[in-house]
Design a protein around this ligand. Sequence first.
Ligand code: BDR
Ligand code: CA
Length: 307
Amino acid sequence: TKKVLLFCDPGIDDAIAIMYALLNPDIELVGVVTSFGNVTKEQATRNAAYLLQIAGKSDIPIIPGAAQPIQQENMVYYPQIHGDDGIGPIEPPEDLIYHVYPFDTIRVLIEHYKDELIIVDVGRSTSLASAFILFNEQIKKVGAFYLMGGSFFRPGNVTPIAEANFHGDPTASNFILKFAHNLTISPLNVTSDAYLTPEVIDEISQTVKNPYYLMVRPIFQYYFHAYKKLAPDIVGAPIHDIVPLIMMINPSVADYLYYDVKVVEQGDAKGLSYADLRPNGVAGQTRIGMKLNYDIFLEEVKKVMEM
Ligand code: BDR
Ligand code: CA
């Protein structure tokens, strides 16, 4: 099994990624780092705690991370996509009790699992960049890194050209892109095609026996309607954050190119990701997802979510 430390900002697609990680017998979720992004850090933490509790997995450490990006500006959250509390119509109960672990737990987990540990970041980059700064020696031991972020040959989502995770803290994203080894990124050009339709969700929610069966449908419906408001013609809604986890389990879910990636940190192009993809461009170290293999994606999602 793959030992995964997940950095996230739940967020509906983050929530689905957490469910997928918990339900997949080939994944052992060893910790969840929660940060600002789709919602505040506090709300992201509550949501993650609630999702773990529903699955009876409250023993998995929840580690609150960053509350704001490095270049502090006015914070922007995304209730129009994820709902006021981050997971659509679902609200964690007021009396939810949960325990949080200090940030240093990340170091402890790395020391414990060493190269068996895989770090997957599906939120803004601030917390993971902070872990690189604080635990610069230990983090070299991590086996591999997967990020959801960026966009190549496709529009952005939070600006015409920028994807939300890399736009949210581009300085932190650049830090990770520069220092992470064995790095795979799953950009919008892959994840925007990783959509589920209401029909597939109905099918999943009728067959599931897992603890999330009551939640999957209302959460997804909320998300689908939010996306439909933006683009009335769509047939499904993209669940971006599940994709890097599927890439880790089954790399053939996408095609890849190897280049170094950078992100524009300032100005109108803030958050724009780029690589030297010219025919004579210099190949680099980052494995960049280019195109989704939809059939493999759907098969993987159904296999796990219907468990
Ligand atoms: C990414 O941004 C967030 O809003 C989603 O959860 C996902 O991680 C997509 O750009
Ligand atoms: Ca996310």
